[in-house]
Ligand binder design. Structure first.
Ligand SMILES: O=C(CCc1ccccc1NC(=O)c1cccc(C(F)(F)F)c1)NO
Ligand SMILES: [Zn+2]
Length: 368
């Protein structure tokens, strides 16, 4: 990638705001400081994010939700207000004081990245602190308060006729799929764990979209233990088929890192190398591409993964040794960039994966 054509959305304020999200302590700093420690910033155009305005957020979210969310965030009120429940606030989406500012900052960063692509300033734009794919029009969900992914796609749609969304997170990208399930202008493609009782519970292969959007939602349900080789194989097959059929003009990828070996979600057994091979396929299409983060609860492995993917975009090879920097101790005991796959067995049987692929190919025939 011609490096000056890569936009990296960052400011120290933005990282501090993202770090404040208690459930992911310092993850934003760990990601940024590892990218910096590997000397990758000089290859990118670093741009400070703008804050999303109320109108920006209202492009997708309802006024009722936004004003309630803003109210409880300002009051820092515990969210057992009756209406908080209906807006998904509380429990999975705790209302910490200032959480609205956090959500507006992340949405603004994803919009800043998308605007760079929309205006042709860059070919690839990165916002690793974005990717909150569960948030609904009028409801917070799964630790997601504002759906920055939907806002970014809507921004790209101002310029591009057809946008392909690819969700590599462990969890189904339900909020994004819901937002675009009725339109053929946006294909949502999600690879995720699909298992009884596993959050959010949607994303079965039979979910293909509705009305004029029928066959423009694609779901690849997977089971525990899948490792790089099989994951890359099915990704490659589905990505190539979707690209040649839908012919997207722009691509948005959510690279939630909770699929990695060692993640507390303890489900898939991927490594950054496997996700990197999936990213290489997308970059090979040479289309304006927005890269976002998402889940990822082993903080050091998440930083390893997104740093590795950033280097891949920049055609830079990174040394295995983690460079000395503030969070160096977090990378013990081996202090290397690579993530070692676990030894859990793969419960995905090949015949079933072939069946999944065949059904997706069949559905693609209906894509006009
Ligand atoms: O990763 C997600 C959200 C996972 C989720 C779904 C429903 C309710 C709460 C969550 N978030 C967590 O489970 C979570 C958030 C932060 C840290 C952790 C940890 F305990 F794994 F570290 C777990 N979507 O891609
Ligand atoms: Zn996730």
């Amino acid at each position: 990638m011609a490096s000056s054509r890569v936009l990296y959305v960052h400011s120290d304020d933005y990282v501090r705001t993202c770090d404040s999200m208690a459930r992911l302590p310092h993850r934003a700093s760990m990601v940024h400081l590892l990218i910096k420690a590997y000397g990758l910033l000089k290859f990118m155009r670093v741009i400070a994010p703008r804050m999303a305005s109320h109108d920006d957020l209202a492009a997708f979210h309802s006024d009722a939700y936004l004003s309630h969310f803003e109210l409880v965030s300002r009051e820092g009120e515990d969210a057992d207000l009756p209406e908080s429940q209906q807006y998904g606030l509380g429990y999975d989406c705790p209302v910490m004081e200032g959480v609205f500012e956090y959500a507006a900052a992340v949405a603004g960063a994803t919009l800043t990245a998308a605007e760079g692509l929309r205006n042709g300033v860059c070919d690839v734009a990165l916002n690793w602190a974005g990717g909150w794919h569960h948030a609904k029009k009028d409801e917070a969900s799964g630790f997601c308060y504002v759906n920055d992914v939907v806002l970014g796609i809507l921004k790209l749609r101002e310029q591009f006729q057809r946008v392909l969304y690819i969700d590599f997170d462990l969890h189904h990208g339900d909020g994004v799929e819901d937002a675009f399930s009725f339109t053929p202008k946006v294909v949502t493609l999600s690879f995720h764990k699909f298992s009884p009782g596993f959050f959010p519970g949607t994303g079965d292969i039979a979910e293909v979209g509705l009305g004029r959007g029928r066959f423009y939602s694609i779901n690849v349900p997977l089971s525990d233990g899948i490792a790089d080789e099989k994951y890359v194989d099915i990704c490659h097959s589905v990505l190539q088929a979707v690209n040649t059929t839908f012919l997207p003009e722009a691509v948005v990828c959510q690279f939630g890192a909770d699929t990695l070996a060692g993640d507390p979600m303890c489900s898939f057994n991927l490594t950054p190398k496997g996700l990197g091979q999936c990213l290489q396929i997308v970059l090979g299409w040479q289309k304006p591409t927005l890269l976002l983060g998402g889940g990822g609860y082993h903080l050091a492995n998440t930083a390893r993964c997104w740093t590795y993917l950033t280097a891949l975009v920049l055609d830079q090879v990174l040394a295995s040794e983690i460079p000395e920097h503030q969070f160096f101790p977090e990378y013990g005991p081996d202090y290397v960039l690579e993530v070692t796959p676990g030894c859990r067995s793969d419960t995905n049987n090949p015949a079933h994966l072939d069946q999944v692929l065949a059904e997706i190919r069949e559905n693609l025939k209906h894509m006009a």
